[in-house]
Design a protein around this ligand. Structure first.
Ligand code: WQD
Length: 345
């Protein structure tokens, strides 16, 4: 089965490409290297011994996307990762986010319709829940108004997909579309080989990239944002999911879509996390322990916009996708550090 992977050289996309190949699927990558590097393609080859077809295009470029569908002919599924994802930048430059994240999805959906591609897996985010009243959050937990243009684009994209699936159900339309929206919690880690991992350009915003760069001496110290939250140790709680587990969830999602072919035109949502909450301080201590090093860190003010705690209910993913996280927090933090060390060689 040919699967178009947009953003396939990015952090999650590149790991998903590995999982797809291992599952016997045929990924085709499109990426514009906006937040990734061409060397990822070589590194994917080192892991999989496969040369993955690649097109350097922007998913907002409809003609270019159309050409990929025409060249590859029988693309059966799309995993749409390509998007901007920096929350802070989205506040400063919202139009960039609305244009890119929503525009590219619309192009993808139009081209899927034109070329009769029935299966879509979309990268959504736990950010749609904001600070939930009840934990763990289920897929039925309320969606709250987004805290940032980035978060808003994820909510809007979910709606765009739902409406497109609905429209495909009408009799006038012979377009068959099935979609799965995966709401990711906090991805960490790297491929065990150390060939691929997270490559933030510039100063990282996310916790684990900041930690590994601090451990590597690239950053002077980590600031833990807030120690006065209403949590066991006063620091925020998140659900940290190993990127290879997250990657595997995409394979399961595609398999579910393909197997459900007879019941067309459905849109399902799944939380993809471990189901376990860990505090920032716990994560830092676990990082020190598994990697046998000391991290330079201090406590600072809260970061505006951070939710206090969130972690996933993964019951639906367990039952319906047949998926659950296999890797521990320790493995994620070991693999992330291994990746950073390899980068420095
Ligand atoms: C985790 C925790 C910080 C950096 C964001 C997006 C979300 C997403 C993942 C998409 C928080 C604390 C962080 C630092 C710290 N998806 N922290 N010092 O904010 O949970 O989620 O990334 O791409 O949509 O909102 O992730 O890694 O930034 O923060 O103390 O230098 O680490 O306050 O509690 P977050 P994060």
């Amino acid at each position: 089965m040919k699967v178009l992977v947009t953003g396939g050289t990015g952090f999650i996309g590149s790991h998903a490409v590995v999982s797809l190949i291992e599952a016997g699927m045929k990924p085709i990558i499109v990426d514009n290297f906006d937040n990734s590097l061409p060397s990822v393609l070589e590194n994917l080859k080192a892991i999989t011994q496969t040369t993955v077809p690649f097109y350097k295009i922007d998913c907002n470029d409809q003609e270019a996307v159309n050409e990929v569908f025409e060249t590859e002919k029988d693309i059966e599924g799309v995993i749409h990762f390509a998007a901007h994802k920096a929350v802070g930048e989205s506040v400063i430059n919202p139009l960039k986010y609305y244009q890119n994240n929503i525009g590219s999805l619309i192009v993808i959906l139009k081209m899927m319709k034109k070329h009769q591609t029935p299966h879509l897996v979309f990268s959504s985010s736990c950010t749609v829940y904001g600070q939930p009243d009840q934990l763990p959050v289920t897929e039925h937990s309320p969606i709250i108004p987004a805290q940032s243009p980035y978060g808003n684009t994820k909510q809007i994209c979910e709606e765009v997909i739902r409406d497109t699936v609905k429209s495909a159900q009408t009799e006038q339309d012979d377009f068959q579309l099935n979609a799965i929206l995966l709401r990711y919690f906090n991805p960490i880690g790297a491929h065990l080989s150390g060939h691929i991992g997270e490559l933030p350009l510039g100063v990282p915003n996310n916790l684990v990239p900041y930690i590994i760069q601090t451990a590597a001496g690239i950053r002077e110290k980590l600031t833990i944002f807030g120690k006065d939250y209403n949590t066991p140790d006063g620091t925020c709680v998140r659900d940290y999911i190993h990127v290879m587990d997250l990657a595997d969830a995409h394979v399961k999602a595609l398999q579910l879509l393909v197997n459900k072919k007879q019941t067309n035109n459905t849109c399902e949502v799944f939380n993809i996390g471990t189901g376990k909450g860990n505090s920032v301080q716990e994560l830092v201590q676990t990082f020190e322990k598994v990697n046998n090093l000391k991290l330079n860190y201090e406590f600072g003010n809260r970061r505006p916009g951070d939710v206090e705690q969130i972690y996933a209910s993964v019951a639906k993913a367990n039952q319906e996708l047949g998926w659950q996280a296999q890797r521990s927090l320790e493995e994620g933090l070991r693999d992330a550090w291994n990746w950073q060390q390899k980068l420095m060689k």
